[in-house]
Structures are given as C-alpha cells and as structure tokens.
Design a protein. Structure first.
Length: 227
C-alpha cells in the first residue's frame, strides 16, 4: 500500500525492542522496526533462524535462546527493553509462558501474537498489553485495499474507530473544507491536509483541497467507509 506516511512520521522515536520468534511474522516486525531506525534484538530457539536474521541484517543483534527460561531472558537483557513482541503465536504453550515471563520480568509493554480468539484471551490473562492477529488483520487490510483504494494509511484506535490518511477524491478537487461539509455529511473530522513535504495541521474551513494531496481524518470505521 503506497502511503505519504503522515501517520508513520508521527511515530518516529528511537526505541529498543525485542522480537521473540523469527518466523515470517517475527522477521517482518524486526525488519520494519530496524529500517525505521530502532534498536532491535531478535531471538529464536532455532539457530538457523538467528543466523539468517544476522545475515540478512534485519536486526541490531540476534541471539539463540529458550524463551521459556526466565534466566535466559534475563541474561539477554530482554527485561530491560522498552517493548517486547512475542511472535511465536503458533506454539500456544511457549507463547503463553514467554508472555508471562517477560511481563513478570518488568517489561512495560508486551505485544503477543495470537492464532485464535481463545489464545488471545489467555495471553491477555497472563499480562499481554496488546494481542495481535496477523492473519486476520492482513485479510482485513487486503479487503480495504481492494475495495477502498483511496485509503493510504490506517491507524485503528479501537475496533470501531480509526485515523486514516486518504487521497483527496476527484469530487473534492478545488473545493474548500467548508464546501465539502465533511463533518455534517460523513461525521468525520479533518486533522491534516497536505503531501509528503508539508502537512497543514487542523486546516481552516477555507482551506482549498487539491487532487494529489491527502487528508488525515478521524472518525468511526462506518463513516470512513462511506467517505
């Protein structure tokens, strides 16, 4: 999905992450965080996956360890990091034990991958701050891409509300925000309008929209879909 990255730019801040599990999901998380300039420690029980991560240069460092062992996590310094992503969702027991270990070890924010709703509930019970369902989310993202090509980027606030970056529709070209009446027609609020070089935050009603720009709006998913 091509995006002007307004939302991504808001998240720029150097942080320290650990990603436990270097399968496809874990590798993708590692590579993305590392390319964004963050410090990333990747770990896996499989030595080959660790070696591959180092070879591909998708992490700051990578270690082989048994994530169910508290002592191994402590020695690797994982308890001292800002955020830990438990990316071993296909192995329920290891996933739950690891999530419990890192949370009890003092990690402030723990993200855990779940393979089912039951798995997700268990992860929440042992302390996961955020549970993700990559397959489900990828399916939803694909559906939006196919049916709503104007959406460039999306940040879900909760299951019902989001902030999205959308291309200015052709019907809005040359009109002011006051003229399109986006709030009364769609129930949405415009947070910013612009392009990759410059965004106008909280644009005034007389701001003229132009094709080729994008706007960032906040509102319910149902209202966003109507837009």
């Amino acid at each position: 999905m091509s995006s002007l990255k307004f939302l991504s730019n808001l998240r720029k801040e150097s942080r320290q992450f650990a990603v436990i599990g270097l399968g496809r999901f874990g590798r993708a998380v590692c590579e993305t965080l590392y390319n964004m300039g963050h410090e990333v420690l990747g770990t896996d029980v499989d030595e080959k996956l660790v070696a591959q991560a180092l070879t591909d240069k998708i992490t700051s460092s990578a270690l082989q360890l048994d994530c169910t062992e508290v002592s191994a996590l402590r020695e690797a310094g994982i308890f001292e990091l800002d955020t830990v992503i438990v990316a071993i969702g296909n192995y329920l027991e290891e996933s739950i034990i690891t999530t419990l270990n890192v949370k009890e070890g003092g990690v402030k924010y723990v993200v855990a991958k779940a393979s089912s709703s039951t798995h997700g509930k268990l992860l929440k019970k042992v302390g996961a701050d955020l549970v993700v369902y990559p397959e489900h989310e990828a399916g939803c993202e694909l559906a939006y891409t196919l049916t709503k090509p104007g959406i460039l980027d999306r940040f879900e606030l909760d299951p019902d509300n989001s902030i999205v970056e959308v291309s200015i529709p052709e019907e809005f070209d040359g009109k002011t925000l006051a003229e399109i009446k986006i709030r009364s027609r769609f129930g949405l609020n415009v947070l910013a309008v612009g392009n990759d070089d410059k965004f106008v935050i909280n644009p005034p009603p007389q701001f003229v929209l132009q094709k080729g720009l994008s706007m960032v709006v906040i509102g319910s998913n149902s209202d966003i879909n109507r837009l």
